[in-house]
Design a binder for this molecule. Structure first.
Ligand SMILES: Cc1cc2nc3c(=O)[nH]c(=O)nc-3n(C[C@H](O)[C@H](O)[C@H](O)COP(=O)(O)OP(=O)(O)OC[C@H]3O[C@@H](n4cnc5c(N)ncnc54)[C@H](O)[C@@H]3O)c2cc1C
Length: 388
């Protein structure tokens, strides 16, 4: 029998083509115009929802497309390759949609998933805290019981898109009744809840989605704000964090493709010694190297999404980390090489590659830093001792 597992199915190729054609209609010019004027990409988001792209991974029963992370990562990659890498794709359908669809009550699924799928509802995700940083075990946002309600108190930082979101999935902790030990727990917090406030952080990143400091000052939530079990939140969280890493990889791969395509078009025609500059190996070799690195990262992303969709969470975790790492490195190098290949034009606004220098680099820091991925691989894949 012929093994076709490395070949993308016709259906998936058709989805790629549809997303690519549609997103190119918006393109980088639209994305940067919105980013530079601090406007939201509402038209893009709404259309992505209506066309079924946003919720492609979510269950059909709750308004989604019934496909998997493979398809959602493909949507992300093609949008980024068209110059429209939206951070909220990583957050709203991939992390939050997945967690609620997997662990929410029927009521919670009915309430949140259809809106996440069709884009009429955007949900941000907040785990990072100023004091805890990469060490999520140190988060201190705490939920205490008050009758059947929860009272949430704490602070978050770097949270993307809070101003565009109707709700935020907040990772906090509850006190276990028996032992008094604090355990992670997930809460859906409406952004208009009394006591919930947020301030934008000025970033050098050129993106239509801004980052925020978030303050939860005794935010009162009903009992059903808690998603999933109080005592199984780590597993529930990881169900959302593997998709986050796969999507981070997809975004980096799309960005790298965008930059390499701009650079290769440019070096094919630009001549300074009577021959296209792309003929000089000083440019063609690093561009070829970047292309190889992008294709390899993509293969790992596809493997990870396939493992995830087949229910192999451990296999997906290892490969999602590797894919995210490889894709971020490939994107950082590809964008830098694209700028270099285009000389002065590489730094101009007109050619659109310098605007990606920071966003490509972001992949090395978020959603999980390069060093934390290397720690994970050293300990999990290689069995090396932990240093921290
Ligand atoms: C643009 C942007 C958007 C973001 N969006 C969101 C969001 O929507 N929601 C959310 O919850 N968070 C978000 N984040 C936060 C992001 O996940 C964190 O910035 C990231 O996890 C790193 O945490 P930190 O910034 O606190 O760095 P730190 O944890 O302070 O780390 C600083 C440096 O030290 C290194 N380091 C730390 N510990 C170790 C170790 N044990 N071994 C080796 N090196 C180590 C890190 O790798 C890093 O290089 C976003 C961040 C950015 C920049």
């Amino acid at each position: 029998m012929t093994d076709t597992s490395f070949i993308e199915s016709e259906e998936r190729q058709a989805l790629r083509k549809a997303v690519s054609e549609w997103a190119s209609g918006f393109g980088q010019e639209y994305y940067l115009r919105k980013a530079r004027s601090h406007e939201h990409t509402t038209e893009l988001w709404d259309e992505a929802g209506k066309l079924g792209f946003l919720g492609v991974n979510l269950p059909e029963e709750y308004g989604g497309g019934g496909a998997g992370m493979y398809e959602l990562s493909l949507v992300m990659e093609e949008m980024a390759a068209a110059g429209c890498a939206l951070l909220l794709m990583v957050v709203s359908p991939a992390i939050n949609g997945t967690i609620i669809a997997k662990f929410g009550t029927d009521e919670q699924k009915k309430r949140w998933v259809p809106g996440i799928a069709d884009g009429s509802l955007t949900m941000a995700f907040a785990i990072t805290e100023p004091e805890a940083g990469s060490n999520s075990h140190r988060i201190t946002t705490t939920a205490r019981r008050d009758g059947s309600d929860w009272i949430l108190k704490g602070q978050k930082v770097w949270i993307s898109g809070v101003d565009q979101a109707q709700a935020v999935l907040v990772v906090g902790r509850t006190e276990e009744a028996k032992t008094g030990k604090l355990r992670p727990a997930l809460f859906v917090v409406p952004t208009d809840a009394p006591g919930f406030t947020f301030n934008p952080i000025d970033m050098e990143l050129i993106s239509p989605e801004r980052q925020f400091q978030v303050f939860l000052d005794d935010v009162r939530l009903p009992a059903d704000a808690l998603v999933g079990q109080e005592d199984a939140a780590i597993a529930q969280l990881f169900a959302g964090l593997n998709p986050e890493r796969i999507m981070g990889a997809a975004s980096s791969i799309g960005m790298a493709r965008f930059a390499l395509s701009k650079a290769t078009d440019y070096v094919k025609t630009r001549q300074v010694w009577g021959t296209p500059i792309g003929a000089h190996q000083g440019l063609s070799h690093p561009l070829a190297q970047c292309h190889i690195e992008v294709e390899l990262a993509k293969l790992m992303m596809q493997k990870s999404a396939t493992l995830y969709d087949n229910g192999d969470d451990a296999g997906a975790a290892e490969t999602a980390n590797m894919a995210k790492y490889a894709a971020a490195e490939a994107a950082t190098r590809s964008v830098d090489q694209a700028v270099q290949s285009m000389g002065g034009n590489g730094l101009s606004q007109e050619y659109g590659v310098a605007s990606m220098l920071v966003s490509a680099r972001l992949g090395r820091i978020a959603p999980v830093s390069r060093e934390m991925v290397l720690n994970f691989v050293a300990q999990t894949s290689l069995g090396l001792p932990r240093s921290y």
